[in-house]
Design a protein around this ligand. Structure first.
Ligand code: ADP
Length: 456
């Protein structure tokens, strides 16, 4: 179209030139006339070119249709084509804008839903975006933070230092810090440059690792405790085996005594491994617990029967008392039968283990199991009049490997894991366990469960 317009302009210019020459020939020759004609014609050509040039750009926007390809198409008005093209571009831009708004909305809702705190800042350190978790971790109350300098807004020195370093070096910086809140949290922060050259800004990702740190410390303590516990019988077995090898094997009756000691230590080792594995399974939820209605009286009777002989041998009276508040509907709970057995076996065996009054003989050692039923709850108390537990030890009594008297516990075949197992199992049935104890008087371990009615 450009060439067409320029051609029209040129033709008008030339026509003007010819008309001027013809007029000068008819009217009388003047030297000035050809010059005027040439200048006039040139001005017209230039004028047409300048005036119509902008249309050329619009023409390029118009979709090019080859009439040969579409024989039915009528010759189109070029201005219609330009208008259509502009409209098409407008629609394209609208669509792109909508898509961008959608992406942004989705992006922001994903970031808001994240547990990790995310902050984006520009290359000058001014805030571009803060998600909900970052606000909560850093206790940012201010509603409008966009555009504010991060360093002025966040008081934690670790965050300020890491951000400054990342902005200066354009490298990833990792750090950890603890929040000042009333419930302090351990936070891991990574400041990373945004992609682009030059760097457009930084993203700060905050991760609350409090629970992770707690579990890691439990795991460390557990491994240290377990290795220590396992080392004791293993060292004993090794020492006895070495004594036998050095000649004791041929000395009767010592050799027999040493072999019996190896057997005892192997038993302790096996109990420890059993308890450790059981505790690990319960804690990780892998213990296969199949809940059903279980009558507590039946389970407690089984435990009492199991330990009756041991109680007699130790001179301890072991009794299952009649249920208080019970009726013909029994005292059922919704739990796993074998797990309940583990709970009461551990409590009864501890009561027997720590009932023995060395040398005092003042009162008869007694262990009683008492079931109490109420409308909504079933309570089982394992009561002994044994050595009791001092107040300063009572809060730690359910910790794994905690023992008041390690030597005595080992001597009695304890692993230090019994009460930890009991507590985890009780909690897994939504029950509660508490200790009431007085040093030298005795202890009561009270477990409480929701009562289950068979035909409710
Ligand atoms: P253990 O295998 O050593 O008995 P537990 O976890 O069963 O481990 O018990 C932890 C510690 O609690 C015991 O070592 C003992 O010191 C104390 N304990 C538990 N039950 C009693 C009780 N009935 N009377 C006195 N002390 C007890």
């Amino acid at each position: 179209m450009k060439s067409l317009l320029v051609k029209i302009g040129t033709a008008i210019g030339l026509l003007l030139l010819l008309m001027t020459l013809a007029a000068s020939a008819t009217v009388g020759y003047s030297h000035a006339l050809p010059v005027v004609a040439v200048l006039g014609g040139a001005a017209v050509v230039l004028f047409c070119y300048k005036l119509l040039k902008p249309l050329e750009a619009l023409e390029e926007l118009a979709p090019q249709v080859d009439p040969a390809e579409d024989p039915n198409s009528l010759p189109e008005d070029p201005f219609d084509r330009i208008r259509d093209a502009i409209q098409m571009r407008e629609e394209q831009l609208d669509r792109q804008h909508m898509r961008y708004a959608e992406y942004q909305e989705r992006f922001e809702s994903v970031l808001s839903g994240m547990d990790e705190g995310v902050i984006a800042i520009d290359a000058m350190g001014s805030i571009l975006f803060v998600n909900r978790a970052a606000r909560s971790i850093l206790s940012i109350d201010l509603a409008q933070v966009t555009g504010k300098p991060l360093i002025g807004l966040v008081r934690y020195e670790a965050v300020q230092l890491a951000t400054r370093e990342a902005l200066e070096t354009h490298k990833i910086v990792d750090t950890t810090f603890q929040t000042y809140s009333h419930n302090p949290r351990e936070v891991r922060l990574r400041v990373a440059p945004m992609a682009g050259e030059p760097v457009a800004g930084m993203t700060l990702v905050f991760q609350d690792v409090t629970e992770l740190v707690r579990l890691e410390s439990i795991r460390r303590d557990f491994v240290a405790g377990a290795s220590h516990e396992l080392k004791t019988p293993l060292s004993a077995i090794k020492a006895i085996a070495e004594t036998l090898l050095m000649g004791a094997i041929n000395k009767s009756p010592d050799n027999m005594r040493f072999v019996q000691q190896i057997d005892q230590q192997a038993d302790i080792l096996s109990r420890q491994v059993h308890d450790l594995l059981q505790l690990a399974r319960i804690e990780s939820g892998l213990e296969n617990l199949e809940s059903e209605p279980v009558d507590l009286f039946d389970v407690c009777s089984e435990s009492i029967t199991q330990y009756q002989l041991e109680a007699e041998q130790k001179g301890v009276e072991l009794l299952l008392l009649p249920v208080i508040g019970g009726d013909e509907s029994g005292c059922f709970v919704w739990a796993d039968h074998d797990a309940l057995r583990t709970i009461f076996d551990n409590l009864v065996s501890n009561a027997l283990r720590y009932s023995h009054h060395h040398g005092t003989g003042r009162r008869k050692a007694q262990v009683k199991v008492q079931i109490k039923a109420s409308n909504s709850q079933c309570v089982v108390e394992v009561i002994d009049n044994g050595i009791g537990i001092a107040p300063e030890h009572q809060s730690r009594i359910f910790e794994r490997f905690f023992r008041v008297d390690t030597a005595r516990s080992r001597e009695q075949g304890g692993t230090g894991l019994g009460l930890a197992i009991v507590k985890h199992l009780v909690l897994s049935f939504d029950g509660q366990i508490e200790l009431i104890s007085k040093l030298g008087i005795g202890s009561t371990f009270r477990t409480t469960f929701s009562r289950f009615y068979l035909h409710s």
